[in-house]
Design a binder for this molecule. Structure first.
Ligand SMILES: Nc1ncnc2c1ncn2[C@@H]1O[C@H](COP(=O)(O)OP(=O)(O)O)[C@@H](O)[C@H]1O
Ligand SMILES: O=C(CO)[C@@H](O)[C@H](O)COP(=O)(O)O
Length: 490
């Protein structure tokens, strides 16, 4: 038995997986995002911990024998979040999340200060990455910066509470912008550019290696027969990739979580930072990936669901007439949190265009599904310019539960989309696999196999042709609105 724990942005998900890789049980605990100013995005790390205790406690109640038999635990988490700890390892301020856009000025300064930044890290400085956030804290909260002894990513902070160890691994560490991504080691040069050094960083293991064991009091609380090994784990996208066996060069998927991601696995470090393409390490040693990232995907659907007062995302999507896809006069630019790929613009904002007296909630919802699909198409084209051209993509994350959305995405990308068994569990299932690999010293290729394809969604030819035209109009929105819409001033 193995546990996978994913600190998602919208919830903590914990999955119990047996030795035949069957999901035995899943428990989820919702999380809220706090937005104290326009463009800011924060969470209290104590909420992640409450989510872990609540979900594992629930699994212990429903499956005590299986929890007692857990041998390995894997961690997955939303990437880039800056969790700042003082000398006593207490959290100094709310975690600044991956979709926080406050550090645009610091990004520009960092690139100017360290011309080798892109060569070392393989990435442009983008707000949301961890290093520019620390530069922001140094400028705006100097007392907190001075008190900071350790900076941890979300899943690495909960690892500290689970094991007492300060450890990270390359897939998540690459998203800090402090990693020499090709070498998979911290870069003292980039750390120094933000006033930090190696003492502020956790030690690194590979995602599939042990990082420690569960603390005695938690082993007792959950009635485990012995202390399970806790694996290095992975950032949520790399963990999602392990969960669907996307560990060979060219394997591709689209993730529809709070964020949207178009991921392609690479067998070498292939940076190409133009147009906001990310080049990070994978969770499997000796592998890397490229990805395009949009900051609002399923979260845009959640937003419009609340806006129109619908009871839930699934209920709102069910009200959309699928025949309206491609005939919707309403366009939506989904930059609710600014955008990374392809614009790297934290000040961009979302917009509806083409509203009339005839527009109803279903038109807005369809526009959101279509606008997110076009934003993912922008990622596909940016990755193609970076040399990665997938022939098909798998779909993972909560949004992949919607057949309509996957059909829209297949047509917008003009690629087949594969729905995989368990894909909606995102990183949690992949984390459980990493826990097993670490506990059993197993070969990642033997465990991280591809699950059965539950459905292949081919692009509808007529819809793909109509979207060819709509895509041009969608792409005209950003330059037209730049300078008109933007971050609210205080
Ligand atoms: N049936 C559904 N159809 C479309 N989207 C859905 C459905 N159920 C959940 N979602 C979306 O899934 C999102 C959560 O996905 P998830 O992968 O768990 O995100 P995260 O890892 O960021 O917490 C919610 O924001 C919601 O919009
Ligand atoms: O910032 C990124 C990747 O660079 C995001 O993908 C976060 O990792 C959040 O993931 P979800 O909560 O949307 O799964």
């Amino acid at each position: 038995m193995h546990l996978g724990i994913d600190i998602g942005t919208s919830s903590v998900k914990t999955v119990l997986v047996d030795d035949d890789q069957r999901v035995v049980a899943v428990a989820e605990h919702p999380l809220e995002v706090s937005r104290p100013h326009d463009g800011w995005s924060e969470q209290d790390p104590a909420d992640w911990w409450q989510g872990i205790l609540a979900t594992v406690d629930r699994l212990k109640q429903s499956h005590p024998a299986e929890i007692a038999a857990v041998r390995g635990i894997g961690l997955s988490g939303q990437m880039h979040g800056a969790t700042l700890l003082g000398a006593d390892d207490r959290v100094l301020r709310p975690c600044i999340l991956w979709n926080d856009g406050r550090s645009g000025a610091e990004c520009a300064e960092l690139e100017a200060k360290l011309p080798d930044l892109v060569r070392i890290t393989g990435n442009r400085a983008m707000p949301g990455f961890t290093a520019p956030k620390l530069a922001w804290v140094a400028r705006h909260e100097p007392d907190i910066f001075a008190a900071t002894r350790t900076v941890l990513l979300p899943k690495d902070y909960v690892r500290l509470l689970l094991t007492g160890e300060k450890v990270s691994e390359p897939s998540d560490a690459a998203g800090t912008l402090w990693l020499d991504t090709g070498a998979r080691t911290w870069s003292p040069e980039v750390l120094a550019a933000t006033g930090l050094d190696l003492s502020h960083m956790p030690r690194l293991v590979e995602g599939s290696e042990p990082s420690g064991v569960l603390r005695k009091e938690l082993v007792e609380r959950w009635g485990m027969a012995r202390a399970p090994v806790v694996a290095g784990g992975a950032g949520d996208n790399a963990a999602g990739a392990v969960g669907i066996g996307a560990i060979s060069a060219g394997d591709a998927f689209v993730s529809l979580g709070t964020s949207g991601v178009l991921w392609v696995t690479t067998d070498a470090f292939r940076p190409n930072p133009a147009r906001g393409v990310h080049a990070f390490c994978h969770a499997v040693p000796g592998t890397w990936h490229q990805m395009g990232v949009i900051l609002a995907a399923a979260s845009a659907l959640t937003w419009v669901t609340r806006l129109v007062g619908a009871p839930g995302e699934a209920e709102l999507v069910a009200r959309i007439d699928p025949a309206r896809a491609g005939h919707n006069p309403v366009l939506f630019q989904p930059y609710l949190s600014g955008e990374r790929t392809p614009h790297n613009d934290p000040d961009a904002r979302a917009a509806f265009a083409g509203l009339s007296h005839a527009t109803g909630p279903e038109d807005l919802a369809l526009a959101v599904l279509e606008g997110v699909a076009f934003a993912v198409r922008d990622c596909l084209d940016a990755l193609a310019e970076a040399g990665s051209k997938p022939a098909a993509v798998a779909a993972i994350g909560g949004g992949s539960r919607s057949d309509l959305w996957l059909g829209i995405i297949a047509a917008a990308l003009d690629l087949p989309v594969h729905r995989l068994a368990g894909g909606d569990l995102g990183g949690a299932f992949g984390a459980a696999r990493l826990g097993r690999i670490a506990a059993d010293c197993a070969d990642p290729a033997v465990i991280a196999t591809k699950p059965p394809v539950a459905a292949v969604i081919e692009p509808d030819r007529g819809l793909a042709a109509r979207y060819g035209d709509t895509l041009g109009r969608y792409r005209a929105l950003y330059p037209a609105l730049k300078g008109i819409t933007g971050r609210a001033t205080a």
